[in-house]
Design a protein around this ligand. Sequence first.
Ligand code: GLU
Length: 491
Amino acid sequence: MKVRTRIAPSPTGDPHVGTAYVALVNYCLAKQNGGEFVLRIEDTDLTRSTSESERAILDALRWCGLSWDEGPDVGGPHGPYRQSERTAIYRQYVGKLLEDGHAFKCFCTPQRLEEMRVAQRAAGLPPRYDGLCLTYSAGEVARREAAGEPHVVRLKVPDEGVCIVHDARRGPIEFEWKSVDMQVLVKSDGLPTYHLANVVDDHLMEITHVARGEEWVSSAPKHLLLYRYFGWDPPVLIHLPLLRNPDKSKLSKRKNPTGILFYRAFGYVPEALMNFLGLLVNSAHEGEDEMMSLETMVKRFSVEHVPLGGPVFDVEKLDWLNGRYLRERFDAGAFEARVAEWGFAPERLARIAALAQPRVQRLSDLAYLTAFFFAGRVPVRVEDLRSAKLDDLGTRQALHLALVELDALREWNVAGIEGVLTRIASVLGKKVRDIARPFYVAITGSPTSVPLYDAMDLLGREVVRERLRFALELLGTPTKREIEDWKELVV
Ligand code: GLU
C-alpha cells in the first residue's frame, strides 16, 4: 500500500506555524515511505475563507521548503483539491447516508437549539442535539421540506456504548457515544461541514495516514462513524500535541507571533524554522547534532517518539538555530542571495524608494527614513507614543482596537488599513490625525516618517501586529476587564 498523507489547511487567516508543523510531520511520514503528500484546501466555511489566505498559505508552505505531489496549484488525479469545488461530490455521499438511514434532516430553528442548550447547561448535561427531528415520520419530513422549511442534515449517533479511537501514538482512546453530538453534516445553505467533507475527501483521495493537531481528537468518533456508515477503512490517525507558549498555554498570537510570515519577515530562514519544528516532534538523539536538513528529518522521523506533552515554541532556541544556519550553512554568495531575497527584492525596494523620495534632501536620509522596513522590532520610547491629542487610556484603546480590527481585516491593503484607523478615530471621537502619532511611533519608531498606511501595508499584518503589541505593552497591556469593557467599541 502506498502511504499517502495530506495537509488540509482552511484558508481563513494568515499561514500559521502550526500548519507548517503538521505539514512537516505529514511530509515526513509520506516521504520516508516513498509515498505521496497532498495539499487540500478546506474552504467549506465560505464566509471566512479567502483566496488571499489560500495564496499566502501555499506561498508560505513552499517557502518552508515543502512541496506536494497533488494540490490545487499542481493538480493531480484526485482533484479538485479545493473543497468549494467538490460540492456535487458531497451531495452524492450525503444522499447515500440519508438513504441508508445514517443521517437525518433537522428542521430545528436556531432559537430552539439555543433554548435546548441553555436547558442542558442548567441541568449539567453535555451539549448534544436532543433528537427531536429523528422522531418525525417520512411524511412529516416531506411536508416540512415541501413547505420550504430551512433544514440541516445531521449524523445519527448511537445513544449507548463507546467508540474507541485508535491513535497511532496514544493508543486507544475511549469516548462514550452519548457524549458525541449529532454533528451537522450539511448546513442549511446546502454546503457540507468540515466533518463530512474531510472524511469523504480523505477516502476519495486515498489518504492512508492523518497526522493532525490534537484539537481534532474529539471529532475522531464522528469521523470513524462516517467511515463505518460508508463502509470504508479509516486512515491511521495520529494526533499531534499542540504547540505551547513558554508559559505552557496554547500558542496564540496574543502572546507570541504565530505567523510563518512573521518569522520570514523577521529574518528567519526556512531551513532553521523547519529544523526547529522538526525537533519539537522528534528531538535529536544523544550526541547527534540538532542541526538537521529536511532530508535527515524525513529519514529519522518516528511516530513513537512524538512527545505527548505540548512542545514549547521557544524562540530563543529558534534564534540559536537560525544564527547557526546563517553563519555556518551559507557561503558568501548564498548568504548574499538570502539577504537580497529577504529585504531587497526589486519590487519592494521600488515601493520603499517611492515612499521616501518626496521626503529626502540627501540619499543618506534614506537610512533613518526607511530603516524600520529592515528591522524586526523597532525601538520605541514610551514618551514618544504620547501626544497632547490623546491620553494614555485613549492611546491604549486605539492600539487595542487596531490589533483586533486589523486582525479581522479580510484583505490587507492601504484602503482596508485606512478604513480601520478612520473608524477607530471616530469611535474615540477624534480625527485620524489626532490618533496617528502612537501608530507612527509604534510602526516606524518615529513620530514623522513615510506615509503610515503604505508602510503598514508593505510591512504586512504580522510585523504590524507585533509592533503594535509591543507599543501597547509599554503603555500597559489591557486587563481582562478592560478588554471586556472595550468590546462595545469594536465593530
Ligand atoms: N481544515 C482542518 C484545519 O484547518 C484540517 C483538520 C484535519 O487535518 O483533519 O486544521
